[in-house]
Design a protein around this ligand. Structure first.
Ligand SMILES: NC(=O)C1=CN([C@@H]2O[C@H](COP(=O)(O)OP(=O)(O)OC[C@H]3O[C@@H](n4cnc5c(N)ncnc54)[C@H](OP(=O)(O)O)[C@@H]3O)[C@@H](O)[C@H]2O)C=CC1
Length: 410
């Protein structure tokens, strides 16, 4: 296993992070003195006539369907456990681009619309944010989440008003006080991909046993995990999560990302385009988990060169099958696909294929929060944009080859 130089790379990384933290703390206190405070003065109350800016969608299609308006209604708190947040930063994820094109519309629209109410549009995309708590429902405990608190959070997939706007309303379990170790853009770029990685490893993969899935305890020391696509939003966080739990991590990425992925802590990294290097991965098989963060899908599992106990892919055909064939036939096709890929993978590679999903679980948020506070997890930002340039952020996502996350500052 190629680990020579790993410790020196890591300590170099820590020095850079420390210097960056010191610089940003000084700069922030010099400029505003407020951003890293958990709690500020309570914000002025929102009036029902107040309007917000936001990017809306009135049809599925391409990026030109995104329309900026400054006359949108501010989302209202509809149940006692909801919170309203004024957003400071948000992110663009592959799911935003997919939803813009209509991905998952059949299922998500069923979840969104009340019976008899077929209104699908307008939609506001955006699944994660960092911002300031401005209103809470009666059932939200004021001691844990008081007005003015700087929070980070995620928006459930079925919500039609996402985080690409000045305000978002979400259930209180979807947010918590933002770690002061991260600035607004960094804090807006952890939870969606981080909860996807956490849920794939601990809920779907059972890496830490029942406690690992039900609590924030993590686990999995001395297991061996291969991360496919170690350079993207989910992969960069998955590697850091795994290393923090003393898991042995191998990863694949493009040649030009190898050094970056090694610096995240991966013990052995190969270029997925280099056939000989990929063959090397066989030496370390069978893997406890192969985590597909590269959009490969379950069908690829049986074609792998190496054996595994579980192959967890975040690219399942679940919603796409239902979009194409409707709820009934689509559900049957899903069962057929899962059985078929598993028969092939068990007979050819000795392990199961599972579908992993983002899950807005509070214990997952707590787990990620703890790692950030211990400085064991740090988001990588590929690029950042102003709010008015959100379509450019989507173009960047469409171009692919990301090295971390795309963030948008309000
Ligand atoms: N099911 C769910 O709930 C969720 C699913 N996802 C899915 O998970 C996947 C990862 O998401 P995210 O990290 O945000 O996406 P990104 O686009 O940020 O990352 C993908 C990365 O994979 C690399 N890559 C592409 N092809 C390969 C390959 N064959 N082998 C190794 N690396 C490769 C890309 O770089 P390069 O092309 O330069 O090599 C890029 O760095 C996406 O397919 C996304 O749709 C994400 C979140 C939730």
């Amino acid at each position: 296993m190629q680990t020579v130089g790993f410790n020196s790379i890591l300590s170099m990384r820590q020095c850079i992070l420390l210097a960056r933290r010191q610089f940003s703390a000084t700069a922030q206190s010099a400029l505003s003195g407020s951003q890293t405070n958990d709690r500020q003065l309570p914000p002025p109350p929102i009036k029902s006539s107040d309007k917000m800016r936001g990017w809306q969608l009135h049809n599925y299609g391409d990026i030109d369907e995104l329309q900026l308006s400054d006359k949108l209604k501010i989302p209202q708190i509809r149940s006692s456990n909801e919170c309203l947040v004024r957003i400071r930063a948000t992110a663009v994820n592959p799911i935003d681009l997919a939803m813009l094109r209509g991905y998952g519309a059949t299922v998500l629209n069923k979840m969104r619309c009340q019976p008899g109410d077929g209104i699908e549009f307008p939609l506001i995309l955006g699944r994660e944010f960092c911002g300031e708590l401005v209103q809470t429902g009666m059932g939200v405990p004021a001691d844990s989440l008081s007005l003015g608190t700087r929070v980070w959070g995620v928006v459930p997939l079925q919500s039609s008003t996402g985080a690409h706007a000045e305000y978002v309303a979400v259930p209180s379990y979807c947010l918590s006080p933002a770690p002061k170790e991260l600035d607004d853009c960094e804090a807006a770029s952890v939870l969606y991909a981080g909860l996807t990685a956490w849920s794939g490893l601990y809920i779907t993969g059972g890496l830490g046993g029942p406690c690992g899935a039900a609590t924030a305890s993590g686990g999995g020391a001395h297991k061996r995990v291969l991360v496919l696509g170690g350079s993207g939003g989910v992969g960069t966080l998955a590697i850091q999560i795994l290393k923090s739990q003393k898991v042995q991590v191998l990863a694949t990425c493009s040649e030009n990302a190898i050094e970056m992925v090694r610096n995240l802590g991966a013990d052995f990294v190969v270029d997925y385009n280099n056939r000989e290097a990929v063959e090397e991965l066989c030496k370390y098989a069978p893997y406890d988990i192969v985590l597909d963060c590269a959009g490969q899908g379950g069908q690829q599992a049986a074609e792998s060169k190496f054996d595994f106990r579980q192959y967890i892919t975040f690219s399942s055909p679940l919603l796409a099958n239902i979009d194409k064939q409707g709820l009934g036939l689509g559900a049957l096709k899903n069962v057929f696909d899962l059985v078929q890929t598993n028969v092939k993978s068990v007979t050819q590679r000795g392990g199961l294929v599972k579908w992993g999903f983002f899950s807005p679980a509070p214990q997952g948020i707590q787990f990620l929060q703890k790692l950030v506070e211990q400085r064991k997890l740090m988001p990588l930002i590929d690029s950042s944009y102003g709010f008015g340039d959100l379509p450019k952020a989507f173009e960047k996502m469409k171009g692919g080859h990301l090295r971390g996350k795309i963030v948008v500052k309000l």
